[in-house]
Structure formats: C-alpha cells, structure tokens
Design a protein around this ligand. Structure first.
Ligand code: A3P
Ligand code: MG
Ligand code: MG
Length: 391
C-alpha cells in the first residue's frame, strides 16, 4: 500500500490561500531543568531585552545540553492531550496530531529542495498521529558528523550561538574529540538565556537582569504549547516549544503574546539579505503554526558578539518577502501545499498499521507507504490507547 504526492509543479499551489484557523492554545506542559515532564507552565520564560555587546560564546563549556538522541515519540503531547480530555470528558476533534516540527518540515517542503524527512504515522479513532522517525533522525545526524572535517567550530558550539568561522578562542574546543558527544539539536540557546527571565520583571532582581550573561544555559528546560489550529479542511492539534512570552498569559482563549527568539549573522550585503529572507521562511512557518505573533532576531558579528536586536511581526513576513525582487518562497503557496497534502494524507492513511511519510532530499515527491500491517507501533502509548478506548 503506497501513494505518492507530487511537490512539482509548484505552480499549482499559487492563488488565494486555503482558509486557516487562528491557533488556540488549549493545554501546555513543561520540561524542568532535568527534562522531567510537568503538566504546567512552570518553564515559561518572560522576554526582557538583552544587553547588546554580549558574547554569545561565553559559558559554552558549562552548557547543560539536552541529549535528544532517544526516541520520545509523541509521549508528552499525548499525556497533555489525555489530561485535557479527562478534564473535559470528551475527545479533541483534530484530524491530525503531531509536533509542530513535523508540520514545519511538511509546510517547507515546497521550497526546501534539499531537506529530506521521514515520519511514522498511524490512524487511531479517526485521527492521524504523526511522529518523527527517530532512526532517520539518528542516521542523518551521523552523516552530518562524518562528512569529513568541517570548516568552523563544532556543531555544538554553533548551536549555542550559530556561527560560520572559528575565532581564535575556539582552537581549544576544536582539538577535543567531538565524535562521542551527543548529536546536534536546535541553535542560539545563549541568546535565549540573555533575553529572558524565569519570572516576570517585577519579581526579578536587578542583579539577575544585569548578570544574565553569567547564567548557565540549559536547553533541557522547555515550555510547550498545545494548540488547536487548521489548514484548509484539516483540523490540527500541534505541540511545540515557545521561547518566551512578551507580557503574561491572558484569559483562556485570548491570543497570547508569544515571542520566538532567533539569532542570525549581521546583514552586510545583498547576498546576506537574500539568505536572511530565505531563513525567514522557516521562522515564519514555525511561528505561524503555533500562532506566535512576534519574532525577535538577535544579529551577531561573525565571531559571536550580539550587535543588534530587531522585532519582526510574524504576519508581516510574507509581504516583506514578496516585496523583495526574486523572492524564493511564498507563504500562501506553503499554506495551499500543506492544505492539499493533509487531505491527501487523510485519504491515504485510512486503515490500521504504521505508515511511513518520506521525502528523500531533493526529491520532487513525498511517498506514503505502510511499514507495519497492524497496530500503532510505538507512536501511541498504552496509557493513551487505553484511555481512548473507554472514552
Ligand atoms: P537560532 O535559531 O537562534 O540559531 P529555536 O529558534 O527553534 O527556538 O531553536 C533554538 C536554537 O536551537 C536555535 O537557535 C539553534 O541553535 C538550535 N536549532 C534549532 N533548530 C535546529 C536544527 N534544525 N539544527 C540544528 N540546530 C537547531
Ligand atoms: Mg525554541
Ligand atoms: Mg528560538
């Protein structure tokens, strides 16, 4: 059993965008500083302007880095959905449940020629659950790490602050053996620590604010929002990390002033600007999917000094990109593509078993085929299945 969805010709996705729903958070969870799950917002961070001139590489040797090489499936998301269903006594109405990161890969596929992906999916009680295929993630990271000597600092350092050339002080780091270090995971964590407070401003000491440069950076701690949203005819439930909040949470159902934090190299030429506009696609998709209205970009020098901070309104990005000559992506087309792909997925994944959703790098198609005839693999926890049977 298999089916293929053609990405090309991309021209067929032009035109007015499919209807989209405003994402609404209906639940949330946190991972504490040891990455233990908590069904609350305890790891939510508050945005507070960082000090310019800060060194994004400072303290890298103390970085408390999450080892995300294991397979977490959809466990935390399902726990949170389950708790919500217990409370309300009814099932959520999503057609598709997944991590925001998976939906970002799908939505970006139209304009991302090089990226491949593999996901596992299963149908359970009229809803498709999609997880990342951990084996694929592991292999692509291993390939990344064995592509011969890379120019620049080790990946881990780049993720800490995002950089392309090794300044002198990285020589020590470069001589260490990184082969056995945990695989890479998401860049710019230092910027997050420099730009946030664990409590609201009024409850934070001046000393803390002024010494954020010396805080130990820990990416095990996370706040995740769980939203109901929609693209075209498909209702989605997405879970994803949000970096910070601008003020504090409003009444339930009201839009939340989330903030996404990003770092990027200073823009010094037209070529840099082209690259930045290309990067804006992922920034936009990621924030659009969870309803994050503001993206705060920290611009750094090539050797990692924070020089400038700019606020970007997520909803202005599509227009900004379109108005520059030679735009390489289009937001409406991303939405139309995602809308049609999700419909294709629902007509294809129509009985039990485990399915694979796969795109080879640079391939013009996405394939969907069955890999296990029965059951739900490890995508769904027993706890979730057992609870759902009763509901
Ligand atoms: P920058 O995006 O500022 O470079 P996010 O911005 O999604 O909250 O992620 C925080 C940081 O995780 C990123 O900072 C980056 O360092 C790292 N990161 C995110 N996605 C990544 C990816 N696909 N590969 C490697 N690192 C990534
Ligand atoms: Mg983040
Ligand atoms: Mg971020």
């Amino acid at each position: 059993m298999s089916a293929t969805f053609s990405i090309q010709p991309i021209g067929r996705f032009t035109g007015q965008s499919h209807p989209v729903k405003r994402p609404k958070e209906f639940a949330c969870f946190s991972y504490d500083e040891n990455h233990e799950f908590r069904l609350d917002d305890s790891s939510m961070k508050y945005y507070y302007t960082p000090q310019l001139g800060a060194d994004l590489s400072k303290g890298f040797e103390k970085f408390q880095k999450l080892d995300d090489s294991g397979d977490e499936h959809l466990d935390s998301l399902l726990k949170t959905i389950l708790a919500h269903e217990r409370e309300t006594g009814k099932k959520i109405d999503a057609n598709v449940v997944t991590w925001r990161g998976m939906m970002t890969k799908i939505m970006a596929a139209l304009f991302e020629q090089q990226d491949g992906f593999e996901m596992n999916a299963t149908l359970y009680q009229n809803c498709i659950f999609i997880e990342e295929n951990n084996e694929y993630k592991r292999q692509s990271r291993a390939k990344e790490n064995h592509r011969g000597p890379r120019r620049g600092p080790p990946l881990e350092v780049m993720q800490y602050w995002g950089i392309s050339l090794p300044p002198f002080r990285f020589l020590i780091l470069l001589t260490q053996d990184y082969k056995n270090s945990p695989p890479p995971s998401p860049p710019g964590y230092k910027f997050e620590t420099l730009s946030t407070l664990p409590k609201i401003w009024a409850e934070t000491s001046r000393e803390y604010i002024e010494n954020r440069e010396n805080q130990i950076v820990n990416n095990k701690e996370q706040y995740c929002s769980v939203v109901r949203t929609g693209i075209g005819k498909t209702v989605l439930c997405l879970g994803g990390e949000v970096d910070a909040i601008w003020d504090s949470k409003p009444q339930p159902g009201q839009p939340i002033n989330w903030v996404e934090l990003k770092t990027t190299a200073e823009i010094r030429s037209d070529h840099d600007m082209d690259n930045f506009h290309r990067k804006l696609m992922k920034f936009w998709i990621q924030s659009f999917l969870l309803g994050v209205p503001k993206i705060i970009v920290g611009f750094r020098t090539r050797d990692g000094i924070l020089m400038d901070v700019k606020d970007i309104e997520t909803h202005n990005i599509p227009q900004t990109v379109n108005s520059r000559q030679g735009a390489r992506w289009n937001a409406d087309m991303c939405v139309n593509f995602a809308g049609e792909f999700l419909e294709f997925l629902q007509s294809t994944i129509n009985d039990e078993g485990v399915w694979r959703i796969r795109r080879h790098p640079a391939s013009p198609t996405i394939e969907v085929f069955k890999v296990e005839e029965t059951g739900h693999g490890n995508i769904l926890s027993d706890e979730f299945k057992n609870w759902r049977i009763k509901l």
